[in-house]
Design a protein around this ligand. Structure first.
Ligand SMILES: Cc1ncc(C[n+]2csc(CCOP(=O)(O)OP(=O)(O)O)c2C)c(N)n1
Ligand SMILES: [Mg+2]
Length: 343
């Protein structure tokens, strides 16, 4: 599961199966919920019902499913603009996320955030950040608060491969290691930062894992399309953080099925690459594994159907929600509802 040798660059083989049935069922359901949510988001953007842009994590669901299943209910998540999967699977209701995409009053940010800024503090989804790298120091701060308060909460911070060449990545890893913060940094290496292959702008082959040693951390690479592998790696680093043994950095190797954002057809990807990764679709792989392990096909079908029913209901709820009134413009701008703290 975890490669600490510093030798290879390939993902480690799938872990032996000691994973509880309920966790497996949860991960299959999680991946389907994420998949149908993003498919609907895509369709609604294409039909013009949602304004702005969207960044889909379709193909990367196993990372969010493995981590969310391994987390305690009050553990915190920070993510990027490619944050639908993580926010949904941390527990934000699907209808409130769909409401947010449609810019409605029922949205998790009352329609003011949109796809790139999904936040649901009540469910410990601490925000989606559009500035590359910006949330890594904030996640360190959240972990520091948990450490100071002794809450036992762990913060998990997701980001892309492109983020590893940003100063805030190195600053955050350094302070997290120096202070032994309960934070797990997860690089979803999908091979590209926007339209640029990460390999063409990075001095080492594994953009996150090869930097871990600089901060005294283990070199951890996981197959990000294998929910079981992610789950086992997540459990191990989350336990470690909760036990006061400090931060971890994980590189999860994965791939986005779509382009960078809505407008991008992804033509810069070499012939055959997309097809190759489509064969490693995390949902297809996982269903085959579960069937081999003896999960009845009808049960798995029911999980998929439940996800489809949930997204239909969430879409309808969002569509009938009102657009936010003018008064909403001036709410939730400051933590205390005003700006007196600045003086
Ligand atoms: C500081 C900063 N620089 C540039 C951008 C423009 N930008 C948006 S997404 C992106 C690529 C980031 O790639 P990666 O970290 O690999 O995440 P991915 O999109 O692959 O999930 C860039 C350069 C930005 N949002 N913020
Ligand atoms: Mg990337």
């Amino acid at each position: 599961m975890i490669d600490t040798s510093g030798a290879g660059t390939a993902p480690n083989p799938r872990p032996a199966s000691g994973i509880p049935t309920e966790a497996r069922r949860a991960m299959y359901s999680a991946m389907w919920r994420a998949r149908v949510f993003e498919k609907r988001a895509y369709d609604l953007f294409m039909s013009g019902l949602v304004k702005g842009t969207t960044h889909l994590g379709t193909g990367q669901e196993a990372v969010a499913a493995g981590f969310s299943t391994a987390m305690r209910d009050d553990d915190m998540v920070f993510c990027t603009y490619r944050g639908h999967n993580h926010t949904l699977l941390r527990g934000a209701p699907m209808a409130s996320l769909m409401g947010e995409l449609l810019g409605r009053e029922s949205g998790c940010c009352r329609g003011k955030g949109g796809s790139m800024h999904l936040t649901d503090v009540e469910h410990h989804a601490m925000g989606s950040y559009a500035i590359v790298g910006a949330h890594l120091p904030v996640a360190a701060g959240a972990a520091w608060a948990s450490q100071e308060r002794g809450t036992g909460q762990v913060t998990v911070c997701f980001f892309g491969d492109g983020t590893t060449n940003i100063g805030a990545f190195h600053e955050s890893l350094n302070i997290a290691a120096v202070w032994g913060l309960p934070v797990v940094y997860v690089c979803e290496n999908n091979l590209y930062m926007e339209y640029t292959p990460i390999s063409s702008v990075t001095a080492v082959p594994n953009p996150a894992a090869d930097r871990a040693a600089s901060y005294g951390l283990d070199r951890i690479i996981v197959d990000g399309n294998d929910a079981d592998a992610v789950y086992e790696a997540a459990l191990s680093v989350i336990d470690r953080a909760r036990a006061g043994e400090g931060p971890s950095l994980i590189e999860a190797q994965t791939y986005r099925h779509y382009g960078h954002s809505r407008a991008d057809p992804g033509k810069y990807r070499p012939a055959g690459e997309v097809e190759e990764w489509m064969e490693k679709d995390p949902l297809v792989i996982y269903r085959a594994r579960l069937e081999k392990l003896g999960f009845p096909a009808a049960d798995l079908d029911r999980i998929e159907e439940a996800a489809r029913a949930e997204i239909d209901a969430a879409t309808e709820a969002a569509k009938v929600s009102a657009e936010p009134g003018e008064a909403v413009l001036m709410t939730d701008l400051w933590a205390d509802g005003g700006s007196s703290w600045r003086r």
